[in-house]
Write a protein that binds this ligand. Structure first.
Ligand code: DOR
Length: 430
């Protein structure tokens, strides 16, 4: 908690009329016009949109094990630069976050770094190997208080294990976040299966491999009466299944990545592995369906799937390259371009999909709260009129694998506050 007092002058909360916000003792204490406090630091926020601090349900921080690609320190600094006040750290580290010891280590490193809150995700199965359930209860009871469990990177493809995991997390209101990928349908898969994969001679990753697992899992979640979250939904068919499951009233949520909202499989024609990601970039029709689903709430949240990779793992031929792309520092800009500038979401909608709903899904109580007196002072100030050209070498992440290099994107994060303390001010890390 911060002991400093800030008066944020003239920001537009959720894009509405300008207002001043007073941040003191870690909380928002007053919202109105003409506000002041003696001795307060004043932030001129004229023209800036204020949103609740963003919450990412899907970040790869790579520590422990691949500190050459990212650390908790560098990854959370990148998160703050992107407007995030909390991230969920995926479990596919080395060692895997499948015990109370590892999740506590990641949680503690997050606290020490101080750039944003880190909520470790626990592995569903030991070593992400898909053979035996990990110690879900011990991780839930640890200091890290894990509530989200995922083998992300791998699919929990065994239906019995998936059922057991859903049953287990029900006891403490947890959620299983599934990386939906039928493994037998995606052996050696390299890109979206379609005409283009044939032309390029790259093994295809068919959308049905995602859709089949989502269909099975929504049925399992309904059968067990438990809570399922679907990671990085990428196809129009997946959207249809989710829409059906939600119409039944089942407890199912889903996320989409910024890159699946903006980029298509056409980019694979460059053979540049910066565009290699799992699930793969799909067609323009899929992108349109994902945007529509995010707008109508069928997809609940945007989650970055920030996947930093070292130069050695990415700058090689397509087939040998690792899957994944950076996301934290460009997420809000991509959502502005894909959703706000197309008229599909307003800023209140962005706050809902990037903060309120992800906090609810991850059971993070002090995030995603309304910008009003009494809420914790977690917020981001965005300049929607700014435009910036993405320079991979100017990013805060330790890795460089952004798919937006050289591209101009709208919007810029000017400041991020975590419980009243600025983590980013004037667009710079504090
Ligand atoms: O592209 C991806 N990268 N997808 C995943 O599911 C895992 C991630 C990673 O860990 O690099």
């Amino acid at each position: 908690m911060s002991t400093r007092t800030f008066v944020v002058k003239g920001a537009r909360p959720l894009g509405a009329d300008p207002a001043d916000l007073v941040l003191e003792d870690g909380a928002i204490t007053e919202v109105g016009t003409g506000l002041s406090r003696s001795g307060a630091e004043v932030v001129d926020a004229g023209g800036l949109v204020a949103l609740p601090g963003l919450v990412d349900l899907h970040t790869h921080l790579r520590e422990p094990g691949r500190e050459d690609a990212e650390t908790v320190q560098t990854g959370t600094a990148a998160a703050a630069m992107g407007g995030f006040s909390a991230v969920h750290a995926m479990a596919n580290t080395d060692p895997v976050a499948d015990t109370a010891g590892v999740v506590e280590q990641v949680w503690r490193l997050g606290r020490e770094a101080g750039h944003c809150d880190v909520h470790p995700v626990g592995a569903v199965t030991v070593g992400l190997a898909g053979r035996a359930l990990a110690e879900l209860g011990a991780m839930a009871e640890s200091a890290a208080r894990v509530r989200v469990f995922s083998d992300d990177g791998n699919c929990v493809s065994d239906a019995v294990l998936m059922r057991r995991a859903l049953e287990y997390v029900k006891a403490f209101g947890g959620v299983v976040a599934q990386h939906a990928q039928e493994p037998r349908l995606t052996v050696d898969a390299q890109m979206n299966e379609g005409e283009l994969s044939g032309v390029l001679g790259l093994a295809g990753w068919p959308a049905v491999a995602e859709e089949a697992v989502i269909a099975r899992d929504v049925l399992l979640a309904a059968h067990v009466g438990s809570r399922l979250h679907v990671c990085h939904v990428s196809s129009a068919g997946s959207v249809e299944i989710l829409r059906w499951a939600k119409s039944k009233g089942w407890n199912v949520t889903a996320e989409v990545t910024p890159h699946h909202l903006l980029l298509t499989d056409e980019l694979a024609t460059s053979y540049d592995p910066v565009f290699k990601v799992n699930p793969p970039l799909r067609t323009a029709e899929d992108v349109a369906a994902l945007r529509e689903a995010l707008a109508d709430g069928t997809i609940d949240a945007v989650a970055t799937d920030h996947a930093p990779h070292s130069h050695e793992d990415k700058d090689c031929e397509w087939a040998a390259a690792a899957f994944g792309m950076l996301g934290l520092e460009t997420a809000l800009s991509v959502v502005q371009e894909a959703m706000v500038e197309t008229g599909l979401l307003d800023w209140a909608g962005v706050a809902d999909r990037m903060s309120v709903r992800p906090a609810r899904i991850g059971l993070v109580e002090d995030q995603g709260r309304p910008l009003q007196a009494g809420s914790p002072a977690n917020l981001v100030l965005v300049d929607p009129a700014a435009r910036r050209r993405i320079d991979p070498f100017a990013l805060t992440s330790r890795s460089r694998n952004t798919p937006y290099a050289g591209r101009e994107l709208p919007g810029a994060v000017v400041a991020t506050f975590l419980r009243g303390r600025p983590t980013v001010l004037d667009g710079k890390l504090v």
